[in-house]
Design a protein around this ligand. Structure first.
Ligand code: 3H9
Length: 692
């Protein structure tokens, strides 16, 4: 098999692309396709050409790995598309699996498209911070109209073959064998002349209002991002200018987007997410357990949210509480959440009942005897957790996974009270647990490979992004966020107002700054952690300005007041009481407040994450810098287009990060300093470690 096979079927030449796993448009593919087209053109007995993907899919896009190549060396997708558009005989794209990005653009340059009904067709480039760069911005609106074209390119979401047929994006749906159907179609259209070319059509519905509305909508959906606005400009050109003008502008804007830090960040996350699923020492052959039933201890906010994940995918859950009232309350919240989704049209009432029927409430922990996995989700207290795990050890069936949802406590210590530490693991869900995509999977010293592999598979099943982390106080995400919180409080102490500190992170693209976030989570949580940590370290009772706020009973959104005041819409408002408290705190400590720029605040906060991240990496608590980035994107609202804190540091230059940390009085972590001295990046560190 070569990268593009030429297969003769009488008067039709089939070009079959073999570039597993997803037939991306890698080096060799354009050469193979062009050679096939030349052969078809030179041979008078060939009446039409079919292009098909071998294996599981049509072309899933340009090869993202080649985006870093110099332009001359990158696979010539645009040249292939131009050749197809000028080709004198009919060409048919035969689509199954996914025709995405450059794959759909290739298909759009063919004369016709046929597809199986469940094929997916889309232009997801926006998710990588780029734009369709091989004619997509010009051809898609010419086929599906301005509004639908914009919707597809701005959301990046694919549509199914059946919808594509209705829109005219696909000329025929093939029910049986795709190749057979495509060849039949090609033969039936072999004599069509003149050949219909999308590039010669005009755009329907391309009124100025449609583009103005799109520009307005991306202010909310893609705040601060470059490529969506470029996509709208190009779609407008498709509607208002000759094809060639838009086609040339697209090439230039594609390069502009591709070379932006935003695209580098999004591409980094694309690969980091896939890499994070790979655990050294585990393989496809690592045995996994079949999870058919789940037990959850605790029906509070966390336990209830966790339960919903399993109910959503049809796995029965038994949920345990200590008191009937708490159990009823927990079940009520779950039901209300589902009913709200039904009201918003996201599910039917029948779906609600189906899910609720999978949920068994109980006050008896012994009812968990048959569960394949039991997840403890009670409040953060080591003694309570140890007591529960001691009981579970006696109740759970042999081989059942015993998981704790602790966000800070030592999973080894929890495992030590059982006679089966190999079955114990941490599954740290993020609040709200039915919404947040991240799952930190905490591998304790004795956790077995099989328990780890099962937990990773389970994360995927419940549509979470599972990232393996090691045991330490706060694991990866919270350990870093604690340092970030320390720095945020310090910046206020030195002179900034809390709202300015929040604004400095909003400017980086985080929907919430540190204080907006802690008001939402509940200030008493951080307060309790600080008190606990001081006690463990034998330090005096913490008495910072934020501790004083909590001691006034202002615990955040839940009490209607925290660092900010809140109205009914939960809109935060800075207030005089807090301002006064902070100024008198500064006065008491003899601090003369100084002006702190937004840039200083952003750098100090972001780099405090990076610095702790570097320590975590060096200690092996995280396997890769990329894993840390995935955790921050999916668990903490770090904007994906920044690529996560570690990628952000790479973009800023590690030498600059070290210099700034020193300037602002933080001590750079040894790994960070070393990489900076060697002129390296975290990405290079990951790559070198991966090869070792
Ligand atoms: C584009 O086309 C630009 C053009 O408009 C203009 C150019 C001038 N390239 O996700 P999976 C790898 S932009 C390179 O685990 P699934 C992936 O890393 C592109 N590699 O499988 C993984 O590798 P590994 C527009 C790619 O079944 C393996 O394939 N296209 C690419 O869950 C399996 O991937 C897109 O944005 C690629 N394009 O999902 C589509 N795609 O095994 C991006 C995948 O080493 N891809 N790989 O970890 C996807 O959305 C999903 O991969 C897909 C399959 C839905 C196709």
């Amino acid at each position: 098999m070569s990268i593009v096979d030429q297969i003769r079927q009488d008067d039709i030449l089939v070009l079959s692309i073999n570039n597993p796993p997803v037939n991306a448009f890698s080096p060799g593919v354009p050469e193979g396709l062009k050679a096939g087209l030349d052969a078809a053109q030179a041979d008078d007995t060939v009446r039409a050409v079919v292009i098909i993907g071998s294996g599981r899919t049509f072309v899933a896009g340009a090869d993202i790995k080649t985006f870093n190549m110099p332009r001359e060396q990158a696979p010539d997708l645009r040249g292939t598309v131009e050749k197809l558009d000028r080709f004198p005989k009919p060409t048919v794209a035969a689509i199954h699996g996914t025709a995405l990005g450059g794959g759909l653009e290739l298909a759009l340059a063919c004369t016709y498209r046929v597809a199986v009904p469940d094929a997916q067709l889309g232009l997801p480039e926006v998710k990588l911070g780029v734009l369709p760069g091989a004619g997509g911005t010009q051809r898609l609106p010419r086929v599906v109209g301005a509004a639908k074209g914009l919707e597809m390119m701005l959301s990046g979401n694919p549509i199914r073959g059946a919808e594509a047929r209705e829109l005219g994006l696909v000329d025929e749906l093939v029910q049986g064998d795709l190749l057979e159907g495509a060849v039949r179609f090609a033969r039936a259209h072999a004599d069509a002349r003149p050949l219909p070319r999308i590039s010669e059509r005009s755009v329907e519905g391309g009124s100025p209002e449609v583009f103005a509305a799109a520009r307005e909508s991306i202010k909310k959906t893609h705040r601060g991002q470059l490529s969506p606005s470029l996509i709208i400009d190009l779609a407008e050109m498709a509607a208002t200018q000759p094809f060639q003008t838009g086609w040339e502008a697209e090439a230039e804007k594609f390069m502009q987007a591709k070379d932006s830090p935003q695209s580098r960040g999004l591409r980094h996350i694309f690969f980091a997410e896939r890499e994070s699923a790979k655990i050294p020492g585990l393989s496809k052959d690592t045995p996994t357990l079949d999870i058919r039933s789940v037990g959850i201890i605790g029906a509070g906010t966390m336990g209830g949210g966790i339960a919903m994940n399993f109910l959503n995918v049809g796995i029965p859950v038994t949920i345990v509480e200590t008191a009937q009232e708490a159990l009823d309350r927990g079940l009520g919240v779950i039901r209300r959440n589902y009913e709200n989704s039904a009201k918003k049209g996201r599910m039917t009432m029948e779906d609600v009942e189906k899910r609720m029927a999978l949920l068994t409430p109980t006050l008896n922990m012994e009812d968990l005897a048959d569960a394949d996995i039991i997840i403890e989700a009670v409040f953060e207290n080591m003694d309570v957790k140890k007591e529960i795990f001691t009981k579970l050890d006696a109740i759970a069936k042999p081989g059942a996974i015993l998981a704790t949802n602790t966000s800070t406590l030592d999973v080894n210590e929890i495992a030590s009270v059982t006679g089966r530490p190999e079955s114990v693991i941490g599954l740290h869900f993020f609040s709200p647990a039915n919404v947040m995509k991240l799952l930190e999977i905490v591998r304790a010293d004795k956790t077995s490979d099989s328990v780890l592999a099962t937990s990773m598979a389970l994360a995927k099943k419940i549509r979470k992004v599972g990232v393996v982390v090691g045991v330490c106080d706060g694991f990866v995400g919270n350990r870093m966020i604690h340092r970030y919180g320390d720095e945020a409080r310090k910046i206020v102490e030195e002179g900034a107002a809390p709202q300015d500190v929040d604004a400095s992170m909003n400017a980086l693209g985080l929907p919430m700054g540190p204080f907006q976030m802690s008001d939402m989570a509940g200030l008493d949580i951080g307060y309790a952690i600080r008190q606990h940590q001081a006690k463990v370290r034998g330090e005096p009772k913490p008495d910072g300005w934020l501790d004083r706020i909590v001691e006034r009973g202002r615990k955040g959104q839940k009490t209607g007041a925290g660092i900010y005041d809140y109205d009914e819409q939960r809109k935060p408002r800075p207030n005089d009481e807090m301002e006064e408290l902070i100024s008198s705190y500064r006065a008491e400590k003899g601090i003369t407040p100084r002006e702190i720029s937004q840039e200083e605040s952003t750098k100090r906060l972001a780099y405090s994450l990076v610095n702790e991240g570097a320590k975590i990496l060096e200690e092996g608590i995280a396997q890769r810098a990329g894993d840390i980035d995935v955790i921050y994107i999916y668990g903490y609202g770090f904007p994906a287009y920044r690529g996560g804190p570690m990628q952000y540091a790479d973009e800023m230059g590690l030498q600059n990060v070290v210099a700034d940390l020193e300037k602002y009085g933080q001590t750079p972590a040894p790994l960070l300093r070393r990489l900076a001295e060697e002129g390296k990046t975290f990405a290079q560190y990951d790559a070198e470690k991966g090869r070792a």
